[in-house]
Design a protein around this ligand. Structure first.
Ligand SMILES: Nc1ncnc2c1ncn2[C@@H]1O[C@H](COP(=O)(O)OP(=O)(O)OP(=O)(O)O)[C@@H](O)[C@H]1O
Ligand SMILES: [Mg+2]
Length: 264
């Protein structure tokens, strides 16, 4: 497999025949697809399909058994998470992952600063820049008024937004979001979807998202990857995936009905 694969198709992320098992359980089985730069790509599939495992292998939180991950044309397979992050790939987790005793500002500032320390030694002056950047991120995600709030006291929905803000702190080019709207009220879901759209349109980010809410998936995605029992069942534009017979069989027509809300 050539080092620079993925560049050809304007792909920012290329997943090439990735496999991962837990004992006898084959959680990922030769998963391959390319994420186009500047797109929103959704990964869907029933519970246990391997979606979170896929994210964990891509970000280095789990080791791949076989296969490769290329980011911007470079092989990042099995690099440790902090090195994957430094390359420009950042993620949020399925379960809220913040420092609950620190303020909203401190949570994001810590992320901004940790990126800066590595890129320059002029820490004192950069710390000030870090403050501006942190304020900017909080404004982007709509958490400015909560800057001094202790993170653990935020509403659940705002904690999930804070997680996205922390992920933005490392100035990623690719953002992986694992069920960002899970457990949110409809209004929060709507504003989160709008936020994700803005991140792509205004900041030029690429987003790979795991999402159960089919309303969200079909309205937001340029491409959809359907995982089932660790395998790619379908990969295409929303209308192609919606029509796919195998996909309909797996979901029994249920989850593709936009009126159905998935249980997080
Ligand atoms: N660390 C682990 N050790 C053992 N088995 C695991 C581990 N992580 C995941 N699994 C198993 O691998 C399979 C895929 O899990 P994964 O969490 O990737 O699914 P998912 O598609 O994210 O599901 P959900 O929609 O419920 O979040 C499941 O059968 C799960 O039980
Ligand atoms: Mg999951």
């Amino acid at each position: 497999m050539p080092e620079m694969m993925g560049v050809v198709e304007n792909g920012i992320l290329t997943i090439d025949s990735l496999s991962k098992s837990f004992g006898k359980l084959q959680a990922l089985s030769r998963v391959s697809f390319v994420v186009r730069q500047g797109s929103i790509t959704s990964v869907i599939g029933p519970n246990g399909a391997g979606k979170t495992t896929l994210f964990n292998v891509v970000t280095g939180h789990l080791r791949a058994d076989k296969g490769d991950v290329f980011f911007q044309g470079n092989r990042i397979t099995n690099l440790p998470p902090y090195r994957v992050n430094r390359r420009g790939l950042s993620r949020s987790f399925q379960i809220v992952n913040i420092f609950p005793r620190f303020t909203v500002f401190e949570n994001v500032h810590a992320s901004v600063i940790s990126k800066m320390r590595k890129s320059s030694s002029v820490v004192a002056s950069l710390q000030k820049v870090g403050i501006e950047e942190t304020e900017q991120i909080l404004q982007t995600v709509g958490l400015s008024e909560h800057a001094r709030t202790t993170a653990g006291t935020l509403s659940y929905g705002d904690q999930r937004i804070l997680e996205i803000a922390i992920a933005l702190g490392s100035r990623p080019e690719l953002l992986l979001l694992d069920e960002p709207t899970a457990g949110m009220a409809p209004e929060e879901t709507h504003s989160t979807v709008e936020l994700i759209r803005r991140l792509v349109a205004e900041l030029g980010l690429t987003v790979l998202i795991v999402e159960h809410d089919m309303d969200v998936v079909f309205s937001i995605s340029e491409m959809i990857v359907v995982l089932h029992q660790g395998m790619v069942l379908a990969h295409g534009k929303p209308e192609e995936v919606r029509r796919d017979e195998m996909v309909q069989n797996v979901y029994l027509g249920e989850e593709l009905d936009p009126s159905r809300k998935a249980v997080p």
